[in-house]
Design a protein around this ligand. Structure first.
Ligand SMILES: NC(=O)c1ccc[n+]([C@@H]2O[C@H](COP(=O)([O-])OP(=O)(O)OC[C@H]3O[C@@H](n4cnc5c(N)ncnc54)[C@H](O)[C@@H]3O)[C@@H](O)[C@H]2O)c1
Length: 339
């Protein structure tokens, strides 16, 4: 079962596991623009069962579990994903991310307590990293901890999105302690790839490419030196598979998962890569947004050590795949932007 299976990460996850012969059940209310297109793309390739169900609706979620009574693993991706939207509507954000995750945990507890439960959490649970010294370079900020941020960093939920996802992250960990569920929270850095219907507020890497190919101007919030470690979506999906293989050994751990220092980029460096790939990008600078970290680089040591997983796809290579996808789907993306 994949919640948010018609979303960006979800459709790649569904496609990957369907190709391997697994039966796929998706819960997705299709609230994200582009999700219907992702779902149709998926359905063309594989037989998929889709429920247009809201995860906030406890009874509706239970109904799905009642009908689908052979769920072997749950990958929970459905979420309200934009910090800006969470600031303008914190209640909806809470309902979807915190309550929605609680509903999923409760359903797993009652219907399939042995099923591995993978939660897509976020590096935003560490907030603005006030205790981490940040150095300013010519084109990027750097953190003093060269290896990146590991799981011992204090949690500091900043922004309603940080609070709702952070709350979900903690429930997922606690349901392993209290109810012996087989859970794991994957604290993801920036994930990117094709089929990401990025907008200014979320999915910045895809958004920059879509806007540039369609001739739109881009606003950079801050000075462009902000750094993110970026992880190509297929690499993440391979980690989900390794986690599912852990089965009943999953016991409420959290892992920081991103591209790490090697696959990190500042916005200015990203723009240079786009220029190298022949894109002429037009941008202006604006104020920083609340909750925006100046720099985040994941320390992947724990996940590498315990799961034997590592990011493989270099940004230049991953970015190239989005550029091609955007160029091949200009009309679709134009109509998506016009709505
Ligand atoms: N993309 C990233 O860079 C990134 C980084 C860190 C964490 N995450 C987390 O990974 C997960 C997936 O992210 P994504 O980028 O694929 O986002 P996405 O918006 O593309 O996918 C989320 C999907 O959830 C669905 N959805 C939203 N509310 C729902 C609800 N109430 N009921 C049922 N379905 C609902 C949407 O229609 C959408 O298809 C999210 O939990 C997100 O917080 C993503």
């Amino acid at each position: 079962m994949i919640t948010g299976g018609a979303g960006f990460i979800g459709c790649h996850t569904a496609s990957y596991f369907a190709k391997k012969g697994h039966e796929i059940v998706i819960i997705d209310n299709l609230s994200r623009k582009g999700s219907l297109d992702n779902l149709n793309w998926l359905k063309k390739q594989h037989p998929i069962t889709h429920y247009k169900t809201n995860i906030q609706d406890e009874k509706a979620v239970e109904d799905v579990f009642r009908k689908e009574n052979t769920i072997g693993a749950v990958i929970h991706l459905a979420a309200q994903v934009a910090v800006t939207t969470s600031v303008s509507n914190p209640r909806d954000d809470f309902d979807i991310n915190a309550l929605g995750t609680l509903n999923m945990l409760q359903a797993v507890r009652h219907f399939c307590p042995q099923a591995p439960f993978i939660n897509a959490s976020t590096n935003k649970v560490y907030g603005l990293l006030h205790n981490v010294k940040i150095l300013e370079g010519l084109k990027r900020y750097e953190i003093e901890k060269k290896g990146g941020i590991n799981e011992s960093e204090p949690l500091d939920f900043h922004s309603p999105y940080g609070c709702s996802k952070g709350s979900a992250d903690q429930y997922v960990i606690d349901y392993a302690r209290i109810y012996d569920l087989k859970t794991v929270s994957v604290r993801q850095s920036c994930i990117y790839g094709e089929r990401q219907f990025g907008v200014e507020d979320q999915g910045w890497l895809a958004w920059f490419i879509i806007a540039t190919v369609l001739g739109r101007k881009i606003s950079i919030y801050g000075d462009g030196k902000q750094v993110r470690d970026v992880l190509y979506v297929q690499d993440l999906v391979e980690l989900y598979e390794k986690l599912i293989e852990q089965g009943s050994n999953l016991n409420g751990k959290a892992y920081n998962v991103g591209g790490g220092l090697k696959f990190s980029l500042s916005l200015l460096e990203f723009i240079d890569i786009l220029k190298d790939q022949g894109l002429e990008i037009s941008y202006t600078f604006g104020d920083w947004r609340p909750g925006d970290q100046k720099v985040f680089v994941s320390d992947n040591t724990k996940v590498i050590r315990e799961l034997g997983w590592e990011p493989k796809t270099a940004p230049v290579q991953g970015i190239q795949t989005i550029v091609s996808w955007v160029k091949q789907n200009k009309d679709l993306l134009k109509s998506f932007m016009a709505d």
